[in-house]
Design a protein around this ligand. Structure first.
Ligand code: GLC
Length: 417
Protein backbone atom coordinates (compact mmCIF):
# COMPACT_ATOMS: atom_id res chain seq x y z
CA UNK A 1 0.00 0.00 0.00
CA UNK A 2 1.34 3.42 -0.94
CA UNK A 3 2.33 5.41 2.16
CA UNK A 4 -0.03 8.29 1.38
CA UNK A 5 -3.10 6.04 1.37
CA UNK A 6 -5.33 6.28 4.41
CA UNK A 7 -7.05 3.10 5.57
CA UNK A 8 -10.83 3.24 5.89
CA UNK A 9 -12.24 2.41 9.32
CA UNK A 10 -14.28 -0.75 9.65
CA UNK A 11 -17.91 0.07 10.58
CA UNK A 12 -17.53 -0.96 14.24
CA UNK A 13 -14.52 1.33 14.60
CA UNK A 14 -16.27 4.21 12.88
CA UNK A 15 -19.29 3.77 15.15
CA UNK A 16 -17.04 3.73 18.19
CA UNK A 17 -15.40 7.01 17.17
CA UNK A 18 -18.79 8.63 16.82
CA UNK A 19 -19.66 7.73 20.41
CA UNK A 20 -16.96 10.14 21.54
CA UNK A 21 -17.53 10.07 25.26
CA UNK A 22 -17.91 7.14 27.63
CA UNK A 23 -18.04 6.24 31.30
CA UNK A 24 -15.43 3.98 32.86
CA UNK A 25 -16.51 2.14 36.02
CA UNK A 26 -14.03 0.63 38.46
CA UNK A 27 -15.98 -1.34 40.97
CA UNK A 28 -15.31 -4.55 42.86
CA UNK A 29 -14.41 -6.03 46.23
CA UNK A 30 -11.75 -3.34 46.72
CA UNK A 31 -14.47 -0.66 46.73
CA UNK A 32 -15.30 -1.80 50.27
CA UNK A 33 -11.87 -0.72 51.48
CA UNK A 34 -12.05 2.67 49.78
CA UNK A 35 -8.36 2.81 48.96
CA UNK A 36 -8.27 2.19 45.24
CA UNK A 37 -8.35 -0.99 43.14
CA UNK A 38 -4.70 -1.87 43.77
CA UNK A 39 -5.05 -2.05 47.58
CA UNK A 40 -4.73 -5.83 47.78
CA UNK A 41 -1.31 -5.61 46.14
CA UNK A 42 -0.05 -2.33 47.53
CA UNK A 43 -1.43 -3.00 51.02
CA UNK A 44 0.07 -6.53 50.91
CA UNK A 45 -3.23 -8.13 51.91
CA UNK A 46 -2.93 -11.95 51.71
CA UNK A 47 -5.17 -13.01 48.79
CA UNK A 48 -7.27 -15.38 50.89
CA UNK A 49 -7.95 -12.67 53.49
CA UNK A 50 -8.84 -10.31 50.68
CA UNK A 51 -11.34 -12.76 49.19
CA UNK A 52 -13.23 -12.68 52.50
CA UNK A 53 -14.55 -9.38 51.20
CA UNK A 54 -16.92 -11.52 49.13
CA UNK A 55 -18.90 -12.19 52.31
CA UNK A 56 -19.63 -8.49 52.80
CA UNK A 57 -20.02 -7.49 49.13
CA UNK A 58 -23.67 -6.55 49.47
CA UNK A 59 -24.08 -4.38 46.33
CA UNK A 60 -27.46 -3.23 47.62
CA UNK A 61 -27.17 0.19 46.01
CA UNK A 62 -25.94 -1.06 42.64
CA UNK A 63 -28.66 -0.04 40.23
CA UNK A 64 -27.45 -0.51 36.67
CA UNK A 65 -30.41 1.40 35.25
CA UNK A 66 -29.62 4.38 37.46
CA UNK A 67 -25.97 4.30 36.38
CA UNK A 68 -27.03 4.23 32.73
CA UNK A 69 -29.31 7.24 33.38
CA UNK A 70 -26.44 9.15 34.99
CA UNK A 71 -24.11 8.33 32.10
CA UNK A 72 -26.71 9.26 29.48
CA UNK A 73 -27.41 12.55 31.24
CA UNK A 74 -23.69 13.30 31.13
CA UNK A 75 -23.77 12.84 27.36
CA UNK A 76 -21.90 9.55 27.54
CA UNK A 77 -22.69 7.02 24.83
CA UNK A 78 -20.99 3.91 26.21
CA UNK A 79 -19.90 2.42 29.51
CA UNK A 80 -16.85 0.27 30.17
CA UNK A 81 -17.09 -1.70 33.41
CA UNK A 82 -14.53 -3.82 35.26
CA UNK A 83 -16.05 -7.30 34.89
CA UNK A 84 -12.89 -8.72 36.47
CA UNK A 85 -10.01 -6.68 37.83
CA UNK A 86 -6.48 -7.71 38.84
CA UNK A 87 -7.73 -9.06 42.20
CA UNK A 88 -9.27 -11.97 40.29
CA UNK A 89 -12.86 -11.41 41.45
CA UNK A 90 -15.52 -11.39 38.73
CA UNK A 91 -18.71 -9.34 38.67
CA UNK A 92 -20.16 -11.95 36.32
CA UNK A 93 -21.18 -15.55 36.82
CA UNK A 94 -18.09 -17.58 35.94
CA UNK A 95 -20.35 -20.59 35.51
CA UNK A 96 -18.25 -23.02 37.47
CA UNK A 97 -14.82 -21.80 36.33
CA UNK A 98 -14.22 -20.62 39.89
CA UNK A 99 -16.08 -19.45 43.00
CA UNK A 100 -14.67 -15.93 43.08
CA UNK A 101 -17.58 -14.27 41.43
CA UNK A 102 -20.53 -12.07 42.35
CA UNK A 103 -23.10 -14.91 42.39
CA UNK A 104 -21.04 -16.62 45.14
CA UNK A 105 -20.66 -13.38 47.12
CA UNK A 106 -23.17 -11.89 49.53
CA UNK A 107 -24.66 -10.12 46.49
CA UNK A 108 -25.73 -13.36 44.81
CA UNK A 109 -26.24 -11.48 41.56
CA UNK A 110 -24.77 -11.56 38.09
CA UNK A 111 -23.92 -7.87 38.00
CA UNK A 112 -22.67 -7.98 34.42
CA UNK A 113 -25.99 -9.40 33.23
CA UNK A 114 -27.78 -6.50 34.92
CA UNK A 115 -25.29 -4.03 33.50
CA UNK A 116 -25.51 -5.25 29.90
CA UNK A 117 -29.30 -5.34 30.08
CA UNK A 118 -29.53 -1.80 31.46
CA UNK A 119 -27.13 -0.44 28.81
CA UNK A 120 -29.18 -2.04 26.08
CA UNK A 121 -32.43 -0.65 27.49
CA UNK A 122 -30.90 2.80 27.84
CA UNK A 123 -29.31 2.84 24.39
CA UNK A 124 -25.70 2.85 25.59
CA UNK A 125 -23.01 0.48 24.38
CA UNK A 126 -21.75 -1.96 27.05
CA UNK A 127 -18.00 -2.52 26.96
CA UNK A 128 -16.49 -5.13 29.25
CA UNK A 129 -13.14 -4.47 30.92
CA UNK A 130 -11.36 -7.72 31.72
CA UNK A 131 -8.01 -8.08 33.43
CA UNK A 132 -5.42 -10.32 31.87
CA UNK A 133 -3.13 -10.35 34.90
CA UNK A 134 -4.40 -12.06 38.03
CA UNK A 135 -3.19 -11.76 41.62
CA UNK A 136 -5.44 -14.55 42.87
CA UNK A 137 -5.47 -17.34 40.31
CA UNK A 138 -2.32 -19.37 41.14
CA UNK A 139 -1.77 -20.60 37.60
CA UNK A 140 -0.97 -17.04 36.58
CA UNK A 141 2.33 -17.58 38.35
CA UNK A 142 2.78 -21.34 38.24
CA UNK A 143 1.38 -22.58 34.93
CA UNK A 144 0.89 -19.82 32.41
CA UNK A 145 -0.58 -22.08 29.71
CA UNK A 146 -3.24 -23.27 32.13
CA UNK A 147 -3.86 -19.67 33.10
CA UNK A 148 -4.30 -18.63 29.46
CA UNK A 149 -6.85 -21.38 29.06
CA UNK A 150 -8.70 -20.05 32.11
CA UNK A 151 -8.55 -16.52 30.73
CA UNK A 152 -9.82 -17.71 27.35
CA UNK A 153 -12.74 -19.52 28.92
CA UNK A 154 -13.53 -16.53 31.13
CA UNK A 155 -13.69 -14.18 28.16
CA UNK A 156 -15.64 -16.76 26.18
CA UNK A 157 -18.36 -16.53 28.82
CA UNK A 158 -18.58 -12.78 28.30
CA UNK A 159 -18.76 -13.31 24.54
CA UNK A 160 -21.44 -15.99 24.56
CA UNK A 161 -23.72 -15.47 27.56
CA UNK A 162 -24.71 -11.81 27.44
CA UNK A 163 -26.00 -11.20 23.94
CA UNK A 164 -24.33 -8.60 21.79
CA UNK A 165 -21.67 -6.61 23.60
CA UNK A 166 -19.86 -3.47 22.52
CA UNK A 167 -16.35 -4.64 23.16
CA UNK A 168 -13.77 -6.20 25.42
CA UNK A 169 -11.25 -3.86 27.06
CA UNK A 170 -8.25 -5.83 28.25
CA UNK A 171 -5.74 -4.62 30.78
CA UNK A 172 -2.66 -6.28 32.20
CA UNK A 173 -0.54 -7.65 29.35
CA UNK A 174 2.06 -5.12 30.44
CA UNK A 175 2.60 -7.30 33.54
CA UNK A 176 4.32 -9.96 31.40
CA UNK A 177 5.37 -7.91 28.45
CA UNK A 178 7.53 -10.63 26.92
CA UNK A 179 5.15 -13.55 27.42
CA UNK A 180 3.27 -15.25 24.61
CA UNK A 181 -0.32 -14.37 25.49
CA UNK A 182 -1.72 -16.41 22.57
CA UNK A 183 -3.63 -13.40 21.40
CA UNK A 184 -4.51 -14.88 18.01
CA UNK A 185 -6.61 -17.49 19.77
CA UNK A 186 -8.20 -15.13 22.27
CA UNK A 187 -9.01 -12.39 19.77
CA UNK A 188 -10.09 -14.96 17.16
CA UNK A 189 -12.63 -16.33 19.62
CA UNK A 190 -13.99 -12.81 20.23
CA UNK A 191 -14.30 -12.13 16.49
CA UNK A 192 -16.11 -15.43 15.92
CA UNK A 193 -18.63 -14.87 18.69
CA UNK A 194 -18.93 -11.10 18.62
CA UNK A 195 -18.01 -9.76 15.20
CA UNK A 196 -19.24 -6.26 16.12
CA UNK A 197 -17.31 -6.06 19.39
CA UNK A 198 -14.27 -3.83 19.72
CA UNK A 199 -11.04 -5.30 20.96
CA UNK A 200 -8.95 -2.94 23.05
CA UNK A 201 -5.92 -3.79 25.17
CA UNK A 202 -4.60 -1.07 27.44
CA UNK A 203 -0.93 -0.38 26.84
CA UNK A 204 -0.68 1.33 30.24
CA UNK A 205 1.05 4.45 31.46
CA UNK A 206 4.38 3.56 29.90
CA UNK A 207 3.34 2.95 26.31
CA UNK A 208 0.48 5.29 25.57
CA UNK A 209 -0.80 5.24 22.03
CA UNK A 210 1.22 2.19 21.04
CA UNK A 211 -0.17 -0.08 18.34
CA UNK A 212 -0.38 -3.75 19.24
CA UNK A 213 -1.81 -6.91 17.74
CA UNK A 214 -3.46 -6.40 14.33
CA UNK A 215 -6.90 -7.22 15.76
CA UNK A 216 -6.74 -4.26 18.17
CA UNK A 217 -9.36 -1.66 17.24
CA UNK A 218 -8.24 1.27 19.38
CA UNK A 219 -5.04 2.42 21.02
CA UNK A 220 -5.23 3.68 24.60
CA UNK A 221 -3.97 6.76 26.38
CA UNK A 222 -4.21 6.06 30.09
CA UNK A 223 -4.21 9.35 32.02
CA UNK A 224 -2.63 11.26 29.16
CA UNK A 225 -3.73 13.47 26.33
CA UNK A 226 -3.84 11.67 22.98
CA UNK A 227 -1.65 12.74 20.09
CA UNK A 228 -2.74 12.99 16.47
CA UNK A 229 -2.28 9.64 14.76
CA UNK A 230 -0.62 9.45 11.37
CA UNK A 231 -2.56 6.65 9.73
CA UNK A 232 -1.02 6.91 6.28
CA UNK A 233 0.11 3.53 5.08
CA UNK A 234 -1.41 1.66 8.03
CA UNK A 235 -3.02 -1.64 7.04
CA UNK A 236 -5.98 -0.94 9.29
CA UNK A 237 -7.69 2.16 10.66
CA UNK A 238 -7.33 2.10 14.46
CA UNK A 239 -9.25 4.44 16.80
CA UNK A 240 -7.86 6.09 19.94
CA UNK A 241 -9.25 6.46 23.43
CA UNK A 242 -8.02 8.32 26.50
CA UNK A 243 -9.15 7.14 29.92
CA UNK A 244 -8.91 9.36 32.96
CA UNK A 245 -9.72 9.38 36.66
CA UNK A 246 -11.72 12.15 38.35
CA UNK A 247 -9.31 12.25 41.29
CA UNK A 248 -6.17 10.12 41.63
CA UNK A 249 -7.77 6.67 41.86
CA UNK A 250 -9.84 4.42 39.60
CA UNK A 251 -11.51 2.39 42.34
CA UNK A 252 -12.97 4.62 45.06
CA UNK A 253 -10.38 6.38 47.24
CA UNK A 254 -12.43 7.64 50.16
CA UNK A 255 -9.69 9.97 51.37
CA UNK A 256 -8.58 11.09 47.92
CA UNK A 257 -9.62 14.74 47.71
CA UNK A 258 -7.50 15.44 44.65
CA UNK A 259 -10.49 16.06 42.40
CA UNK A 260 -9.95 17.57 39.00
CA UNK A 261 -12.42 20.21 37.93
CA UNK A 262 -15.31 20.40 35.49
CA UNK A 263 -13.23 22.74 33.26
CA UNK A 264 -10.48 20.12 33.30
CA UNK A 265 -12.91 17.43 32.08
CA UNK A 266 -14.41 19.66 29.39
CA UNK A 267 -10.92 20.52 28.19
CA UNK A 268 -9.89 16.85 28.22
CA UNK A 269 -12.96 15.94 26.19
CA UNK A 270 -12.13 18.68 23.69
CA UNK A 271 -8.45 17.67 23.54
CA UNK A 272 -9.53 14.12 22.71
CA UNK A 273 -12.00 15.10 20.03
CA UNK A 274 -9.48 17.52 18.56
CA UNK A 275 -7.50 14.48 17.41
CA UNK A 276 -10.55 12.25 16.85
CA UNK A 277 -10.02 10.24 20.05
CA UNK A 278 -12.70 9.11 22.51
CA UNK A 279 -12.72 10.20 26.13
CA UNK A 280 -13.45 7.58 28.79
CA UNK A 281 -14.02 9.26 32.13
CA UNK A 282 -13.93 7.10 35.23
CA UNK A 283 -16.21 6.82 38.24
CA UNK A 284 -15.41 4.71 41.30
CA UNK A 285 -18.72 3.75 42.94
CA UNK A 286 -19.04 3.11 46.68
CA UNK A 287 -18.83 -0.32 48.32
CA UNK A 288 -22.56 -0.81 47.85
CA UNK A 289 -22.51 0.35 44.23
CA UNK A 290 -23.64 3.96 44.21
CA UNK A 291 -21.94 6.66 42.16
CA UNK A 292 -20.36 9.16 44.56
CA UNK A 293 -22.38 12.44 44.64
CA UNK A 294 -19.48 14.74 43.78
CA UNK A 295 -18.71 12.61 40.71
CA UNK A 296 -22.35 12.52 39.70
CA UNK A 297 -22.68 16.30 40.05
CA UNK A 298 -19.66 16.98 37.89
CA UNK A 299 -20.96 14.59 35.26
CA UNK A 300 -24.24 16.50 35.20
CA UNK A 301 -22.45 19.75 34.46
CA UNK A 302 -20.47 18.12 31.64
CA UNK A 303 -23.82 16.89 30.30
CA UNK A 304 -25.16 20.44 30.32
CA UNK A 305 -22.15 21.58 28.33
CA UNK A 306 -22.76 18.80 25.82
CA UNK A 307 -26.43 19.72 25.52
CA UNK A 308 -25.21 22.99 24.01
CA UNK A 309 -22.01 21.93 22.27
CA UNK A 310 -22.54 18.23 21.60
CA UNK A 311 -23.13 18.25 17.86
CA UNK A 312 -19.50 18.80 16.78
CA UNK A 313 -18.21 16.75 19.71
CA UNK A 314 -20.01 13.62 18.49
CA UNK A 315 -20.11 14.25 14.75
CA UNK A 316 -17.02 16.36 14.18
CA UNK A 317 -13.78 15.11 12.67
CA UNK A 318 -10.32 16.68 12.73
CA UNK A 319 -9.50 18.88 9.75
CA UNK A 320 -6.41 20.62 8.44
CA UNK A 321 -7.32 23.91 10.09
CA UNK A 322 -4.99 25.42 12.66
CA UNK A 323 -6.02 27.69 15.51
CA UNK A 324 -3.81 29.61 17.92
CA UNK A 325 -2.90 28.07 21.26
CA UNK A 326 -5.42 25.42 22.23
CA UNK A 327 -8.09 26.72 19.83
CA UNK A 328 -8.95 24.17 17.16
CA UNK A 329 -11.52 23.19 14.53
CA UNK A 330 -13.68 20.17 13.74
CA UNK A 331 -15.71 19.54 10.63
CA UNK A 332 -19.11 17.83 10.64
CA UNK A 333 -20.48 15.70 7.77
CA UNK A 334 -22.85 18.54 6.72
CA UNK A 335 -19.73 20.55 5.82
CA UNK A 336 -19.92 23.04 8.69
CA UNK A 337 -16.84 23.92 10.67
CA UNK A 338 -16.81 24.30 14.44
CA UNK A 339 -14.20 26.46 16.11
CA UNK A 340 -13.39 25.67 19.74
CA UNK A 341 -12.30 28.76 21.64
CA UNK A 342 -10.58 28.61 25.02
CA UNK A 343 -9.97 31.27 27.67
CA UNK A 344 -12.74 33.73 26.96
CA UNK A 345 -13.77 36.08 29.76
CA UNK A 346 -17.06 37.29 31.19
CA UNK A 347 -18.01 40.85 30.37
CA UNK A 348 -20.10 42.79 32.79
CA UNK A 349 -19.41 45.19 35.58
CA UNK A 350 -15.79 45.95 36.44
CA UNK A 351 -16.54 45.52 40.13
CA UNK A 352 -17.61 41.92 39.78
CA UNK A 353 -16.13 40.26 36.69
CA UNK A 354 -12.50 39.39 36.17
CA UNK A 355 -10.98 41.53 33.45
CA UNK A 356 -8.55 40.17 30.93
CA UNK A 357 -7.70 39.73 27.30
CA UNK A 358 -9.97 36.80 26.49
CA UNK A 359 -12.24 38.11 23.77
CA UNK A 360 -11.10 39.64 20.49
CA UNK A 361 -9.78 38.43 17.18
CA UNK A 362 -9.29 34.66 16.82
CA UNK A 363 -7.18 33.53 13.90
CA UNK A 364 -7.28 30.29 11.97
CA UNK A 365 -5.23 28.97 9.06
CA UNK A 366 -6.37 26.54 6.39
CA UNK A 367 -9.90 27.78 5.62
CA UNK A 368 -10.15 28.33 1.88
CA UNK A 369 -13.90 27.92 1.33
CA UNK A 370 -15.94 31.12 1.37
CA UNK A 371 -17.52 31.64 4.78
CA UNK A 372 -21.16 32.65 5.00
CA UNK A 373 -21.69 33.12 8.71
CA UNK A 374 -20.13 32.61 12.12
CA UNK A 375 -22.21 32.31 15.28
CA UNK A 376 -21.82 31.03 18.82
CA UNK A 377 -23.52 27.71 19.36
CA UNK A 378 -24.65 28.65 22.87
CA UNK A 379 -26.59 31.84 22.14
CA UNK A 380 -26.72 32.13 18.36
CA UNK A 381 -24.97 35.52 18.39
CA UNK A 382 -23.62 36.35 14.93
CA UNK A 383 -19.94 37.22 14.87
CA UNK A 384 -17.91 39.45 12.56
CA UNK A 385 -15.28 37.76 10.46
CA UNK A 386 -12.81 38.37 7.68
CA UNK A 387 -10.95 35.98 5.44
CA UNK A 388 -8.51 35.61 2.58
CA UNK A 389 -9.58 32.48 0.74
CA UNK A 390 -6.46 32.41 -1.44
CA UNK A 391 -4.17 32.44 1.60
CA UNK A 392 -6.51 30.28 3.67
CA UNK A 393 -6.43 32.77 6.52
CA UNK A 394 -9.53 33.51 8.51
CA UNK A 395 -10.35 35.40 11.67
CA UNK A 396 -13.45 36.28 13.62
CA UNK A 397 -14.17 38.56 16.54
CA UNK A 398 -14.95 36.48 19.60
CA UNK A 399 -17.21 38.33 22.00
CA UNK A 400 -16.89 37.65 25.72
CA UNK A 401 -19.41 35.70 27.75
CA UNK A 402 -22.28 37.75 28.99
CA UNK A 403 -22.66 38.04 32.75
CA UNK A 404 -24.00 34.76 34.15
CA UNK A 405 -22.26 32.56 31.59
CA UNK A 406 -18.94 30.73 31.19
CA UNK A 407 -18.76 27.61 29.05
CA UNK A 408 -14.99 27.06 29.60
CA UNK A 409 -14.65 26.18 25.93
CA UNK A 410 -16.96 28.06 23.59
CA UNK A 411 -17.89 26.83 20.15
CA UNK A 412 -18.47 28.94 17.05
CA UNK A 413 -20.35 27.42 14.12
CA UNK A 414 -19.07 28.40 10.69
CA UNK A 415 -21.26 27.88 7.65
CA UNK A 416 -20.04 28.22 4.07
CA UNK A 417 -21.48 29.82 0.98
C1 GLC B 1 -4.00 0.52 35.04
C2 GLC B 1 -4.25 -0.09 36.38
C3 GLC B 1 -5.63 -0.48 36.61
C4 GLC B 1 -6.68 0.37 35.95
C5 GLC B 1 -6.30 0.77 34.56
C6 GLC B 1 -7.29 1.70 33.93
O1 GLC B 1 -3.68 -0.39 34.10
O2 GLC B 1 -3.47 -1.22 36.62
O3 GLC B 1 -5.88 -0.60 37.95
O4 GLC B 1 -7.80 -0.42 35.85
O5 GLC B 1 -5.06 1.30 34.54
O6 GLC B 1 -6.85 2.22 32.74
Amino acid sequence: MAPEILPKPEPRIERFEQLGFGMFIHWGLYSQLGKGEWIQQIGKIPPNDYMQLMNTFSTEEFDAEEIVRIAAKAGMKYITITTRHHDGFSLYDTRGLNRYDAPHSLAKRDLVAEFVEACREGGLLPVLYHTTLDWYEPTFRTDFDAYLDYLYRSVEILCTQYGQIGGIWFDGNWSKADADWKLDELYGMIRRNQPEALIINNTGLGKRGELGHPEIDSVTYEQGRPKPMDRRGMSKYVAAEMCETMNDHWGIGKADFMYKSVPHFIESLCACRKVGANYLLNVGPTASGKIVPVQQSMLEVIGQWLQVNGKPIYEGKPVEVEGEGSNFALETPDGNLYLFIHHLKISGHADVTVEGGGPGEKKFMGISRKVESVRWLDNGEKLEFSQNTAAGTFSFVATSYSYGVNYVVRVAEVTFV
